[in-house]
Design a protein around this ligand. Sequence first.
Ligand code: CS2
Length: 455
Amino acid sequence: MNSPTLAPLARRTAIRPIRMIHLGLGNFFRAHQAWYTDTASDAAEWGYAAFDGRSPRMSTLLRPQGGAYTLVTQAPGGDELRVVESLSAVHAATEAAAWLGYFEDPQVAIVTLTITEAGYRVDPAGAHAHEVAALRSDPRAAVASAVGRLVAGLLARRAAGAGGIVLLPCDNLPDNGPGLREAVTRYADRVDPTLLAWIDAHVTFGSTMVDRITPATTPALVAEVERQGGFADSAPVPTEPFTEWVIACDFPAGRPDWDATFVDDVTPYEHRKHWLLNGSHSLLAYRGLLLGHVTVRDAILDPDCRGWVERWWDEAQRHIVLDADSNAAYRGHLIERYENPSIRHELAQISMDGSEKLLGRVLPVVLAEREAGRVPEAALMVLGAWVAFLRARPVPVRDPRADELCELAALPDLGDAARALVAVLDADLASDDQALDGIVAAADALLAAREGAAR
Ligand code: CS2
């Protein structure tokens, strides 16, 4: 992919001391936590050891570049390139000894995670029982799940007497800190119950709200970096100018001087971001793909999709405690971000993992509206669009439960399909006939519109 005439990207600054671990070396991490660390006033003192998660090739691409990569900030007025150098070491997911080694190092103070919503789902008594058995007989055994790796790391840290550590989840999950604590303690309890008291005394679980729209890397971006930067980078990252990080956490052993917002409670920020941004993203993805759109910008420029987004925002906003003026400003910024002509954010990327994502970004609003005795038309439409998406499959379905979802979606009667799919999200909602009627009507209308367009 790289031009042979250009020098490859290489580090320009000294390797920074490793004081943080990251799990999930994907584009979002590279546009967000790694960038915040690189732009901190004390960046020279904080290096990351980053491990592959779901993008298994990233460490292979970055190692020859000494962990450096180009962040391309795509503003409406043009691109800005920055070489990010906060990664001091990059590792494949399989490098278990290196992983444990960092946990044993008292200098390492923080572990950040971007493991996707699905990464927090562990079942130590079922699907992950083999990992638990492996760690019981050898605490240094290599395990695959993110939570299993964390438990192995904590066992190693306790054995080494390396002191306290902060675990900071950075995924779009409601209550991500308590959620991670629950997953880690449930798993640890099965492996070695004596670890629980040590976790209580030594592990801090922070909560965060993270935000930055970060599409996938394309060959066109690689070529653009070659042209504008004059060097060959095999893994640049495209992102938008906007970025936000809200953190509720104590950092007993210090932290980089991140330009983030530190609060006591992330919940209101999390609700606003998950519901207004991520919820409307899913709306645009499922409705937009069915109507033939490809990117977020295409969809938001379609008055039909834009109108539904506004209605969804009205419904969701009723349950957001931040003041109305700031919510209105937030909505205005979202429209600008979605319309950014320089960024190409594919709806297909957002459509992935619906069975996990909808739980945090749409379902809470549906349930709160039903609780209040209302029938939230737009919120039900998002679920209907998901049902129609799974039935019509305008792009391949990528979801940990894809096979099961596609099978349910193909049930001959749309009502049966919708009920079965909604039950995957929430069993009670599946028996709420009024809500289900709204979902089926929305799915039916979208499928009819799609068929009409195909004729
Ligand atoms: C998107 C998010 O793919 C998705 O589901 O909604 O990745 C979104 O772009 C980020 O959360 C923005 O901060």
